[in-house]
Ligand binder design. Structure first.
Ligand code: ADP
Length: 289
């Protein structure tokens, strides 16, 4: 028997609320406009205002792009449809384009709606770099759908990408993803806010979050969420019912070490780091306090 193609349904945007997305002040500010549009499109269209219906969130993984898209859907009372660019790339020839078409079609039926396409680079890479032409077909279909966007239909497309430079320039043209918003790693204050969000539902006692935030420069929201979870695991393994400073210290060690082993180091880098670490050891030995 022929396998029926998977039906496209709105997904739960979960319970992601606006305030669950910590830091990210700039993206949140820009996305307010989209939410107001979803809630009350007439207010915009009657004045002849053109609202961006294609918004591109770009930045390193784990900085909260998916979270932002879901929070937008919740705030705007919109149905949430999501697809991953890499899933299109794995499909048989022609199927990716067909699926793209039906996602838009279904979303229009459920309007107000947000279509979220994660890993946009997997479909939206510069054309002509793909042997089978399959990705190009999917990309072409996406462009066709975007050009056919009817603002009165109340559907907003949000794309997410790690690399803006690798996207086909056609995607970034006016009328398509013409609003590009950087979602970067959090600064000190942002990290404090994210840590607060992820420890809010945990029995954290007497932990200096300012210190934790200071020690986690460069970590993303996802890393920080992971850190809070590791701290809770550590406390559980110590059979305590509270999460204390040592749990965070141990978790930090683990998370940061995990991050370091993720990238492959060149011998030259290893050598430099060895000198650097030896410096720490010498100083610690000489200056006891
Ligand atoms: P991206 O889509 O940018 O790769 P996600 O939105 O999927 O990242 O984030 C992964 C997880 O990391 C989220 O589910 C959340 O737990 C945490 N996270 C990331 N950014 C934030 C943030 N700004 N505030 C709170 N949690 C965050």
């Amino acid at each position: 028997p022929r396998k029926k193609t998977q039906k496209i349904k709105p997904q739960a945007s979960g319970s992601v609320q606006w305030h669950d997305v910590a830091s990210c002040e700039d993206p949140k500010y820009e996305l307010r406009e989209v939410i107001e549009f979803l809630r009350n499109p007439k207010q915009f269209t009657k004045l002849g205002a053109k609202v961006p219906t294609g918004v591109l969130l770009y930045g390193p993984p784990g900085t909260g792009k998916t979270l932002l898209a879901k929070a937008c859907a919740n705030e705007g009372g919109a149905a949430f449809f999501s697809a991953s660019g890499s899933a299109f790339a794995e499909m048989f020839v022609g199927l990716g384009a067909a699926r793209m078409r039906s996602i838009f079609k279904t979303a229009r039926k459920h309007a107000p709606a947000i279509i979220f396409i994660d890993e946009l680079d997997a479909v939206g890479a510069k054309r002509g770099t793909d042997f089978s032409g399959e990705r190009d077909q999917t990309l072409n279909q996406l462009l066709v759908e975007m050009d056919g966007f009817d603002v009165s239909k109340n559907v907003v497309l949000i794309g997410a990408s790690n690399r803006l430079e690798s996207l086909d320039p056609a995607l970034l043209r006016p009328g398509r993803f013409d609003r590009q918003i950087l979602v970067g790693p959090p600064d000190l204050n942002g990290r404090k806010e994210i840590l607060a969000v992820h420890s809010a539902n945990k029995p954290v006692v007497g932990v200096d979050m300012e210190k934790v935030a200071k020690e986690t420069a460069g970590l993303t929201g996802a890393d920080l969420a992971n850190l809070c979870n590791e701290a809770a695991i550590h406390a559980a393994r110590a059979k305590r019912d509270r999460i204390v400073q040592t749990d965070f210290d141990e978790a930090l060690e683990k998370v940061v070490a995990g991050l370091e082993s993720r990238k492959v180091m060149r011998p030259e880098e290893k050598r430099t780091i060895a000198y650097h670490e030896a410096g720490h050891a010498v100083v610690a030995e000489v200056l006891h306090d």
